[in-house]
Each structure stands twice: as C-alpha cells, then as structure tokens.
Design a protein around this ligand. Structure first.
Ligand SMILES: [Zn+2]
Length: 359
C-alpha cells in the first residue's frame, strides 16, 4: 500500500460506513515497509475497533474481514515463489478443479489480455484472431466518449483485475489511480505489474500445461497507481472522493449491480464521471437472477433487454442508482477471454458514460 495513496485517499472503515459513519482508518501496525510502500501491516478503526490486514502490499478493506479471510485463505496463503517445473508438477498433481488450477486459469486469461501486448516474445495465434490488449483499447474508447473535462480528483478503477487500466488511466490522465478488486490472485498479479513493474504469470497452453511469462514493464504511471482489495458494494471512502470511476466488465459481475452503481455515485465528486463497459454476462452463483441487469423477465415492458435496464438505473426515476445519469454516449467494443491456445470467448461489450448530477 503506497503511503501516498493512503494519505491522499484517506480510506474510512467499511464497517462504520455501513452504519452511516465515516471513521478514518489509521495505520496501526507496520511490519514491512520500503520506499513509502507498506508490504505488511494492519489498518485499524479507532471508532469500532475493526482491523484490516495489509498483505503482499494490498490492504484488505472489506466489511467482513473474517469471512473474506476464511473464503480466500487458500489464495492469501498461496506461494508466489514456485519455480516453473515444480509448479507444473504440482499443477498436474492437483488436477482440474483444484484451487491451484482455478488461480492459474483465471490469471492466465486476464494477464494475457492486460499485458500480452507488452510481451517481448510472440504468441501463437489465438482462435478467432484475438489480439491481447482489448481491455486497454476499450478503456481508450470509453475515455474518448467523455465529452467534457473531469473535475479535479483521483480515479477509482473498480474490478481492475491484472491492472492494465490502472496504468492506462494514470498515464492518460496524469492522476492518481486506485485499482480495487476482490480476487486475491488477480489483484496480486495486478499490483506486481502496476507497482512492481513486472509481469509474471503462467499462460495456459492447453489442459494443465502452462508457459511462464516473466518480463519487465516500463510505463508512465510511476508512483500514480496502486491496487487494494475492496468491495465495490462497500467502498471504504467518504462521499465525493473520486473524479472518475472506471468499471471495465465488472458491473454485471456484482452481486447487486444497482447497489454497486449507487456506491459509485456516492464516492464521485459532483460532475464526476463513470465509464462502464458491460458485456452482460452473468454468473448465477454471484448475482441472483432478480438483480441481473436484464437477461430475465422477457414478459415485462423492457422484454429482458439489459441495455434498457441499465439505462433505467442511469436515468431519473424510481430505479435511479444514486445521482448517476447517463450522458447519452454509448458504444460497443469487442472484448475476449482467452482460455488456452485453442479456445477464446468473444464478447461485444456495451460502453456507457454517466455523470453524477448536482442538485
Ligand atoms: Zn469502524
């Protein structure tokens, strides 16, 4: 956790926030720190006594720390120092469906798209002609749709995954950017790229066969980016903290998208903007059907149209998500998830820009 980000963003206790109170977090324990970056320590709330660990440089600032640690213990304790041959053998032994395999597959897909265009070694062609860097191109397209300038303030990148859009936004806007995610392996990979300037992941070739890709990055986001583990539905920030919120392919993955958009609205400054890319691809185990943005209830007036539902959330009316109102700019952008050398899923993501209206 970069101390500069901690001091400027002044995170608040998410437990107290749920009770409508802004209690600033304090750095109560520092066990490992270098060059203004806390690798290990504890953040504490002096109002309610809650404690939030900092591990591998990532503070875990979620309302239910105990549950998060229990659910993610394997990922939190997973080693990052496995050598390729030993990792390959352990991967074979653990087999498909294991925790290790789920980390490797997930990180392979996202790291390839986020950082594959910077890889000094060429890839085998991807089925369908996919080229890494889609998330970067989509963010460029979305930011081009921001017709007016942004107010002063930092940027929040929600669901930043392997971190590419944190770097891109910091380079393009010249502002501090905080990426947040709830996936420990992805956030770890992202922070290593954003803060450590190093890409290191296994690219899935086929089955349980992975090729280690390790290479340095040089990017212009020096000192401006960081990655924390936070919940988009309980953002640990006071209202009006950020000038821009980025949400690439994340809103449809939230367990309550409307609540997530309302939280985004809350933490934006007046006239702040949100740029969203939404492929409308739901996972039933994460988002209950009734909370999906469309994709159900085709008998109703919106006929199950996800774009129509999202527009309702971003318009004046009973379903409005806070004060976020769409500006009218929408677009479509190709996005893909590479699974292995012989498989890639393609999406058309809906791009939309919204602004926090005043009054
Ligand atoms: Zn508290």
């Amino acid at each position: 956790m970069r101390l500069s980000h901690f001091e400027k963003l002044r995170p608040v206790c998410p437990v107290c926030r749920l009770n409508g109170r802004d209690a600033p977090l304090v750095l109560s324990v520092v066990e490992a720190e270098a060059h203004g970056d806390v690798a290990s320590g504890i953040l504490g709330c002096q109002a309610c006594g809650s404690e939030f660990p900092i591990i591998d440089g990532m503070p875990i600032i979620v309302p239910e720390v105990r549950r998060f640690v229990q659910d993610n213990l394997f990922y939190l304790l997973a080693r990052s120092d496995l050598t390729p041959a030993v990792e390959s053998l352990l991967g074979d032994a653990a087999g498909p469906g294991s925790g290790l395999e789920s980390i490797r597959q997930h990180v392979s897909s996202y790291a390839w798209d986020h950082w594959g265009d910077q890889d000094p070694v060429a890839f085998p062609p991807v089925p369908g002609g996919g080229v890494p860097g889609a998330v970067s191109r989509n963010l460029t397209q979305a930011l081009d749709m921001l017709d007016d300038g942004l107010p002063d303030g930092p940027v929040l990148d929600i669901g930043c995954a392997a971190g590419r859009t944190v770097v891109d936004a910091a380079e393009r806007l010249g502002r501090d950017v905080l990426g947040i995610d709830l996936s420990v392996p992805l956030a770890r990979t992202g922070r290593q790229a954003v803060v450590g300037g190093q890409v290191d992941y296994g690219l899935r070739r086929i089955g349980l066969v992975y090729d280690r890709r390790t290479y340095p990055l040089s990017h212009g986001a020096e000192g401006r980016g960081d990655v924390w583990l936070c919940d988009a539905l309980a953002l640990p920030f006071t209202s009006g903290t950020f000038a821009l919120a980025i949400g690439m392919n994340v809103v449809d993955c939230m367990r309550d998208p409307r609540a997530g958009l309302t939280e985004i609205s809350r933490v934006l400054v007046d006239e702040g903007s949100a740029v969203l890319s939404v492929p409308f691809d739901w996972a039933g185990q994460v988002t209950p059907v009734e909370a999906w943005l469309g994709g159900h209830s085709q008998r109703s007036t919106h006929a199950g149209s996800p774009e129509a539902i999202l527009d309702l959330l971003l318009s004046e009316g009973p379903l409005a998500a806070g004060s976020l109102r769409r500006t009218g700019s929408v677009g479509e952008a190709p996005w893909h998830v590479r699974l292995h050398d012989r498989s890639c899923m393609y999406y058309s993501a809906y791009l939309v820009v919204a602004r926090k209206t005043v009054g």
